[in-house]
Design a protein around this ligand. Structure first.
Ligand code: OKP
Ligand code: ZN
Length: 345
């Protein structure tokens, strides 16, 4: 299986986030994808390729043009406004219920307008990394549409919490959604997305919520008890043309593989019935028992089984990297999914 990876993705670094009232180093670090890359090469899973360049237009198919343009200039505007700030651009004031959703002129107002939370700060190299991450997704999509049966887009920063015009949850542009749209724009009729990240893919769901050409399925922590809190409940089944094309399978905190597997199988059955041309996996590994910010109890071996169950669908499959913060085990667990998938094929 070919892996798509770009070193540019490491330029998004030294980010801090609020944890229990303190500013601490973000859990989403460049070392995450570096250790995954190391394990992929050590296990001989296949070639690693740097993606070609892609045009901004493909991102603007699922995001607003204004939002994509803003991301490119946010750091520069921040520096012009706060020349003494050497750390990161982040909002503190968000548009909420009963207030107006208007885009202000001041950079801190704009950051708030384009954010769903305070965990997606921007530094000097962020845009280069964000775009390189999208390019890993689009290069993978091209390989699949040129006949490859499976690819792994080792994207960073992740994407599944990014909506049409909001960043949040360490995400800026939605790599999986951009790839899904690119498949459709290049002749596919139906794309299925399976999101196995511990956190609900609220951005991806909201982008495709009223559409039947993208099926979104997700197994994740009950949003009543963990991030992203405001979306991801089982009663969200889609709207308009998209009614019936959204499947949320929330699980209680502390769920083990014995709870996880039946939910995963439900998602896989739904996907099989949909008969998609392509399967996209939002591959988060934060369901692991030792993840520092998550509360499921999956073990390293379970990821091999997960890969096999996905392979049993027999579909052209693109894996897109999302979360996973137990850095020491992240290489092993990611490679286990890919190897479990490949061994079955
Ligand atoms: C991104 B992805 C830590 C709070 C962290 C943000 C989680 C973002 C997860 N106490 N909240 O889905 O892995
Ligand atoms: Zn996650």
């Amino acid at each position: 299986m070919i892996t798509l990876y770009s070193e540019q993705q490491a330029l998004h670094c030294n980010i801090q986030e609020v944890l229990s009232g303190e500013l601490v180093p973000s859990f989403e670090v460049a070392g995450r994808t570096e250790i995954v890359l190391k394990h992929i090469m050590a296990r001989g899973l296949g070639p690693v390729i740097k993606p070609d360049h892609f045009m901004i237009e493909s991102a603007a198919r699922v995001h607003t043009r204004e939002y994509v343009d803003f991301l490119q200039v946010a750091w520069q505007q921040w520096q012009e406004t706060f020349p003494e700030s050497t750390t990161q651009a982040m909002p503190y004031c968000l548009p909420v219920r009963r207030f107006r959703s208007i885009c202000p002129d001041h950079i801190e107002g704009k950051l708030g307008y384009y954010s769903s939370d305070l965990t997606a700060a921007i530094v000097e190299g962020s845009w280069q990394a964000i775009w390189a991450s999208v390019e890993c997704a689009l290069a993978g999509q091209q390989l699949i549409q040129n006949g490859e049966r499976s690819v792994f887009s080792l994207c960073r920063p992740p994407g599944h919490h990014a909506s049409q015009d909001q960043m949040g949850g360490y995400c800026y542009l939605n790599n999986a959604a951009i790839a899904a749209q690119a498949y459709l724009d290049n002749g596919c009729q139906r794309v299925a997305i399976l999101d196995v990240d511990y956190h609900h893919g609220n951005g991806t769901q909201s982008i495709f919520y009223d559409r039947a050409d993208v099926l979104f399925t997700s197994v994740h922590a009950d949003p009543s008890w963990d991030y992203p809190y405001f979306l991801g409940y089982s009663e969200e089944t889609g709207e308009g043309d998209g009614k019936g094309f959204n499947l949320n399978l929330p699980l209680a905190l502390n769920s083990h593989w014995s709870d996880y597997e039946p939910a995963l199988q439900k998602a896989l059955d739904k996907i099989a019935a949909y008969q998609p041309d392509i399967l996209l996996i939002s591959l988060g590994l934060d369901s692991y028992e030792e993840d520092p910010i998550s509360f499921f109890k999956l073990k390293s071996d379970n990821y091999t089984t997960m890969g096999r169950l996905i392979a049993e669908l027999g579909l052209p499959t693109q894996f897109i990297f999302e979360g996973g913060y137990a850095v020491d085990a992240l290489g092993t667990n990611t490679a286990n999914v890919l190897e479990g998938f490949q061994q079955y094929r």
